[in-house]
Design a protein around this ligand. Structure first.
Ligand SMILES: NC(=O)c1ccc[n+]([C@@H]2O[C@H](COP(=O)([O-])OP(=O)(O)OC[C@H]3O[C@@H](n4cnc5c(N)ncnc54)[C@H](O)[C@@H]3O)[C@@H](O)[C@H]2O)c1
Length: 318
């Protein structure tokens, strides 16, 4: 790979929606020169709004030396965006055919040896790298929303990805301030989305059946297990549920009953009624707060949790 991971200074973000825009904000805050490209006519204004809304949170977190929202350039074409890239992050819509074609175009437009990562939420790179001339430098770098605040990136290559590209990307993301899990094997949805989707599937079943409201489902997490998950994962958390006997006692004690909620492993049909019930439930739960209000509230909350758990650079936990 051309540039050592910690020497990268120019990154390109292709697709500048919720996630691509979030990547742009993250890289700007970490002091990179960022070039963005997105085919939507209103993309430059939307991107500027997203970066402006994120900047107060990023400032609160601490900007890298020289970081500035003015170091963002919006390219006129995909080719121009990639011509001088030292790293490319693709965040286009989650459609397999689109990703296949776009990754091939990015591969053709990007200098040799430069790593290209996809933000895909679930497609294995093996299925997306089929049309590219240099599949060895294509890999998944899966972020979490918003990428400028949530540290995790899951990095995984496809069957035709070179191991050195995966290692380069993991080191690059770390240099860019992310927390990296480098996966050895491809798995649809990677790790965290498989876990999130299990919860989400159950939430949809409960709303579809009228068993719980959107508000109750959200409260059950924010007032319950969610508080623990911010600093201790579900496995160690359950080990503590076994008292002094730890995970062994937990499994021996609750083992048979663990299966009783496993009655609905298929997702419910996402029909119009369920869609509308989810939308109405979320509007009720938002209680008059706009999306922009909720984004600001979420960003404040994530920063507070990171600070309280000693995960902000240069800050120890109280
Ligand atoms: N939203 C999330 O929470 C989340 C989290 C992690 C990963 N992702 C992944 O990130 C990617 C982007 O999702 P999003 O939520 O930002 O979607 P989005 O709809 O907000 O943004 C997609 C952007 O891609 C642009 N676009 C359309 N066609 C394009 C093309 N051919 N080339 C480049 N850009 C194009 C659109 O104009 C839009 O701005 C998806 O792969 C998604 O699975 C999303």
């Amino acid at each position: 790979m051309n540039t050592p991971p910690s020497d990268v200074s120019r990154v390109t973000c292709v697709g500048a929606g919720v996630i691509g825009g979030g990547w742009v904000a993250h890289f700007l805050a970490r002091g990179y020169d960022v070039t963005a490209w997105d085919p939507a006519p209103d993309a430059p204004e939307k991107l500027r709004r997203l970066v402006d809304a994120a900047w107060p949170s990023l400032t609160r977190l601490g900007l890298a030396e020289g970081a500035s929202p003015d170091r963002l350039r919006f390219a006129a074409t995909l080719e121009e965006a990639c011509a001088e890239a030292q790293f490319v992050q693709e965040s286009a819509p989650e459609k397999l055919e689109l990703k296949r074609g776009l990754l091939a175009e990015l591969d053709a437009a990007t200098p040799e040896g430069v790593v290209i990562a996809s933000s895909t939420s679930g497609y294995p790179m093996t299925d997306m790298q089929t049309e590219a001339a240099h599949p060895e430098r294509l890999l998944v770098g899966h972020p979490f929303n918003p990428p400028y605040l949530i540290p995790l990136v899951e990095v995984v290559g496809g069957e035709r990805t070179d191991r050195s590209a995966v290692e380069w990307a993991s080191r690059f993301y770390e240099a860019a301030g992310k927390s990296v899990i480098t996966m050895e094997r491809e798995l649809p949805g990677f790790i965290a989305n498989r876990l999130q989707e299990a919860l989400w599937r159950e939430a949809l079943h409960m709303v579809a059946n009228g068993e719980a409201t959107v508000q109750e489902i959200d409260d059950s997490i924010t007032e319950g297990p969610g508080l623990r998950w911010a600093f201790m994962g579900p496995c160690l958390t359950f080990a503590l549920a076994g008292g002094e006997g730890g995970m062994g006692h937990m499994l021996d004690h609750f083992g048979p009953s663990l299966k009783s909620p496993w009655t609905r492993l298929e997702a419910p049909e996402l029909d119009r009624a369920l869609r509308d019930a989810m939308v109405a439930g979320c509007e009720e739960a938002a209680a008059g707060r706009s999306i922009a209000d909720l984004v600001a509230e979420r960003d404040r909350g994530v920063i507070d949790v990171l600070r309280a758990t000693g995960r902000l650079p240069g800050e120890a936990s109280a």
